[in-house]
Design a protein around this ligand. Sequence first.
Ligand code: PMP
Length: 319
Amino acid sequence: LYDRDGWIWQDGEWLPWREATTHLLTHTLHYGMGCFEGVRAYEGPSGTHLFRVAEHTRRLLDSAHALDMPLAFTANDLIEAQRDCLKKNALTNAYLKPTVYFGAEGMGLRAKGLTVHAMIAAWDLGDYISPEAASIGLRALTSSWARHHVNVSLCRAKTNGHYVNSMLALNTAVKAGFDETIMLDTEGYVAEASAANIFLLRDGVLHTPEVTSCLQGITRDSVIRLAREVLKLDVQERRITRDELYTADEAFLTGTAAEILPLRELDGRHVGARAGAPPPTQPIADDSVTAQLQRLYRRVVRGETGNELQAFSGWLTPV
Ligand code: PMP
């Protein structure tokens, strides 16, 4: 990942990719206190656009504020830097990772005078999930690791250290032969996947866990709005139990990188079997709500806004 050409933005300067290093005593490396975003840019008929960059940048600044990491850059500075990052690296279909971290001015939890830094790296993502993979979806295992709790951590902040918990859960599932993991909160209710939110459809109504243990995903919000405003579906945010996933008509995961991925099997149960869904090895039905949302989402992120999608053109920022 590091031996390549390109430019990385750090605190307003451009560093050649190979020289974009940091000191070994960087505080965030030792204690995991920092925050980041994952943002996407897409190439569409009217050029390259960042997707919901204002919302991602706001979440980054909210995370930094909640973690008490005062940052010297405004939202506009960071949005401008993300656009420049794409231009300088000649990227179109890309993934950007703005990150806020502490410097190396001190060690230990009581370190004083730590400087707060920001960086943005971006790379080509191409077709991250092929259309076939997006249609086949995932087989998942419910994790024995509980997801974060509001009195243990800041669940709304996208904190670097949170991902230890995600990786413990994901790696256990992958080693056992699954594609993903579904994590429950400390009380046993469904929270989210390792790095994606979760939805289920039952009798034409969409349900997704309320934002307590799960991240307040921006794709989650996009899907809720598309479902309500375009597909005219009822969407409920509430506590969900794992048996509701087993018996759902459809289920899917949402995230910036993954977009919308069907959840086809959970703990050996074929999700949607009783509603007549194709077996987990076959593509999902074209007329399923999951497939309809996938098609709408792909059009919106690429700026292929027809009449019914006009309301969402504000989600795109031209590069
Ligand atoms: N939950 C977690 C833990 C994540 O890391 C992500 C990815 N950022 C999501 C949910 C989905 O959030 P978003 O749609 O904003 O990418």
